[in-house]
Design a protein around this ligand. Structure first.
Ligand SMILES: NC(=O)C1=CN([C@@H]2O[C@H](COP(=O)(O)OP(=O)(O)OC[C@H]3O[C@@H](n4cnc5c(N)ncnc54)[C@H](OP(=O)(O)O)[C@@H]3O)[C@@H](O)[C@H]2O)C=CC1
Ligand SMILES: O=C(CO)COP(=O)(O)O
Ligand SMILES: [Zn+2]
Length: 347
């Protein structure tokens, strides 16, 4: 086993203020900030002031896609000689894009999530799409520094934070898939990576009341869980502990219905309820937790009919060879429809 973890994690109210010191520690005196439109309007000026005031030059690039060929073109256009590091600021997509560009240009990456809507802000994984809308899960390097300002995160729309709960509680089923693969396929997955992912989900499930109040403590639990999930991916050397059938369902929704669907964590949360049912795990516990935080618990809430969701469930195992409950069961159309109807078909 050989893995890398972030050097610096700064988490708390006002953690933005530690950015100049973090950049100094990673040896960066000019940063390219990768972000997208709303986030740039909300926080761009603050980052510019904070870094500029500490003699750190800042450039911005707004990126609204995670399409790999587009990012490869963008990579060629960036004057890399001007920048000593890349900072990814925003939701999961700009963080992924920043991580990807940093990796390709061999620059240190600093992750600055502005919402805990996903668990990629401390992971070494970059989730992109190819020309056909298929998911690409690339193993790069973990961020050198992770800066989570809980005051900033607390102002993110509730929908984004609820989506983050979906991505985290889904570790119940991603770990169940990993354990299935160990048992039935002899897959080699570090136990510690599974414990980290399991603990991330348990922390959120056991504190769901506090999390649902979006108190500082609740947000901290969610952010720490995201950090642990990111570490789990580093230890495993892939997204294996954190991405199973529920993620394949979400990837299939992205592919089949690119103009519809919900946020990543919303789709994953719904997929996790179905996957738990198929595993014979207490799926109602996941559903109730998601309901408690106001996350979708039905396919209708992510813009799909039962038929469409069943189609996504059938497409899901074709998207990746990674063994999951969907690969084991090889559902028929009728079984897929029944699983959706029994769990996430109404409301
Ligand atoms: N690499 C990894 O390990 C992982 C990667 N992911 C990836 O992350 C992505 C999902 O992340 P997600 O965050 O849902 O998607 P996005 O990054 O698309 O963010 C969703 C929305 O959040 C908005 N936003 C972010 N922060 C704030 C804020 N503080 N206030 C107001 N609006 C805000 C963005 O606004 P705007 O765009 O307008 O600026 C955007 O519209 C997927 O691509 C998924 O594959 C998910 C998990 C793990
Ligand atoms: O979203 C992820 C973990 O939460 C990353 O998983 P993928 O490898 O399926 O993109
Ligand atoms: Zn995810």
């Amino acid at each position: 086993m050989k893995f890398r973890l972030p050097w610096i994690v700064s988490m708390g109210e006002g953690a933005f203020e530690s950015l100049p010191e973090a950049l100094h520690d990673v040896g960066c005196s000019s940063a390219l900030v990768v972000t997208d439109s709303t986030v740039k309007k909300l926080f761009g000026w603050r980052i510019e002031g904070l870094l500029g005031g500490n003699s750190i030059r800042v450039g911005f690039v707004e990126v609204a896609t995670n399409h790999q060929p587009t990012l490869d073109k963008l990579h060629v256009e960036i004057p890399w000689g001007d920048f000593g590091c890349v900072l990814g600021m925003g939701g999961g997509r700009p963080v992924d894009v920043g991580k990807y560009l940093a990796y390709k240009s061999s620059k240190p990456f600093v992750s600055v999530p502005t919402s805990i809507s996903h668990d990629g802000f401390a992971s070494p994984i970059v989730a992109l799409k190819d020309d056909g809308g298929n998911p690409l899960s690339l193993f790069t390097a973990p961020p050198r520094a992770v800066i989570v300002d809980l005051e900033v995160v607390s102002k993110a729309p509730r929908r984004l934070l609820a989506s983050g709960v979906g991505d985290i509680v889904a570790k119940v089923t991603s770990v169940a898939d990993a354990r299935l693969a160990i048992r039935e396929r002899g897959e080699d997955i570090p136990e510690s990576s599974l414990r980290l992912a399991e603990s991330a989900a348990s922390m959120v499930l056991e504190n769901i009341e506090e999390v649902s109040r979006w108190s500082t403590r609740g947000l901290r639990v969610l952010a720490e869980a995201g950090l642990m999930a990111g570490m789990a991916m580093s230890v495993a050397g892939s997204s294996r502990p954190c991405s199973g059938a529920e993620h394949l369902f979400s990837h299939a929704v992205d592919k089949l219905y690119p103009e519809r669907g919900g946020l990543h964590g919303e789709q994953v949360g719904v997929g996790s309820i179905v996957s738990a049912y198929l595993h014979g795990i207490d799926w109602r516990r996941l559903r109730d937790a998601l309901k408690r935080v106001g996350a979708p618990t039905s396919v209708r809430e992510i813009g799909l009919s039962v038929e469409e969701a069943a189609r996504a469930l059938l497409e899901a195992p074709r998207l990746r060879q990674r063994y999951t409950i969907l690969h084991k069961l090889n559902l028929s159309e009728r079984e897929a429809r029944e699983a959706i109807t029994a769990t996430v078909g109404s409301e």
